[in-house]
Write a protein that binds this ligand. Structure first.
Ligand code: UDP
Length: 324
């Protein structure tokens, strides 16, 4: 039987892929988004689809959904560092009031509640790779705390709803995810490098580029989130691809994949930038059956094809040209 699922932040990069996957499998979707970092264009192709509704609303204020719900997936939040640094109070509001509103709505409907948490709950981790049992190393007053602490609070709130009201909660700690529909100016490493390489600009490596990230292609992440929605497991579960790369290595791979002539430009490392990040996904593997399939090279090539078409440039890698 088809379910009706609310996706807050459903017009964002990851949220829109999730809405698409839910519709594709026959579920009905209410996509709630205030379009602050999400974009209508991300879900425009779904507007005519049966069972899809777009609700432009700020979920920190209210979520005026009519009708029954079987699931609520709370994705709404700025997620890119430049975005949450630009909108610190909104980020704290959506992690606190937004999570409260979304959880209360799920409770009223007897719906499952999936929280999109983050690897940032581990801060600049001392334990590596990070298992869910690690409590993290977060600077509570640093610039990134608006995101880290808001998601930590959202986890605490979800757990309190679960313990107090038996809300059917599932917590996903989402590690760096990339792919088509990232905003070209959103400031994250993959979108920045790919757009720079395709535009013939030097790739902006922050610090010396020795910091690591583990990058998950969006389709794999969506599969993981659906597995968690469909399970009745609490978690938290790390979701991500444990293939770890240094930022400088990533820059070299983007250069190679685009055939970029542009060089690398070193820029200052942002404050509190985590030194290393890699998910231990053994819990998600054994309990959800989560197993990322898309390698970084394959994912990068799909992402490059997307940005090349967005920017209207020819793909160098496919024709041996320069990408300019
Ligand atoms: N980064 C970089 N150049 C950029 C953007 C990001 O070197 O143009 C680095 C950033 O300092 C961090 C990593 O890439 O170490 C990932 O940054 P991103 O903003 O994508 O996500 P984060 O994991 O920091 O939330």
């Amino acid at each position: 039987m088809s379910s009706r699922v609310l996706v807050t932040g459903g017009a964002g990069f990851l949220g829109s892929h999730l809405c698409e996957a839910l519709i594709a499998r026959g579920d009905r979707v209410v996509c709630a988004d205030n379009l602050s970092t999400g974009r209508r264009v991300n879900v425009e192709h779904l507007l005519g689809a049966r069972g899809f509704e777009l609700l432009v609303t700020d979920v920190s204020q209210e979520i005026p959904v009519q009708g029954a719900l079987d699931g609520v997936i709370h994705m709404a939040s700025p997620a890119s560092p430049p975005d949450y640094l630009r909108m610190p109070l909104e980020t704290l509001a959506v992690g606190s009031s937004g999570t409260l509103n979304a959880a209360a709505l799920a409770h009223r409907h007897g719906a499952r509640f999936v929280l999109a948490s983050t690897s940032e709950v581990y801060g600049d981790p001392i334990v590596h790779p990070q298992p869910e049992s690690y409590w993290g190393n977060v600077n509570p007053i640093g610039p990134r705390s608006v995101y880290d602490e808001s998601k930590r609070f959202a986890e605490a709130l979800s757990m309190a709803w679960h313990r107090t009201h038996h809300l059917d909660v599932g917590i996903a700690r989402i590690f760096n995810t990339y792919g088509p529909r990232m905003r070209k100016g959103d400031g994250r490493v993959v979108s920045n490098f790919v757009v720079q390489a395709l535009s013939g600009e030097p790739l902006s490596v922050y610090g010396d580029g020795s910091q690591t990230r583990s990058l998950c292609y969006v389709d794999d992440m969506v599969r993981g989130l659906l597995m968690l929605l469909d399970a009745s497991l609490l978690g938290p579960f790390n979701l991500g691809n444990p293939e770890e790369v240094t930022v400088i290595e990533l820059a070299r791979r983007v250069q190679a994949a685009t055939g970029a002539v542009a060089d690398i430009r070193f820029e200052p490392l942002p404050e509190d930038d985590p030194t290393r990040r890699c998910p231990d996904i053994s819990s998600a593997r054994s309990q959800l059956g989560f197993d990322p399939q898309v390698s970084i090279d394959e994912g990068l090539s799909r992402t490059i094809a997307y940005f090349a078409s967005e920017l209207g440039v020819e793909e160098a890698a496919s024709n041996g040209g320069t990408g300019l």
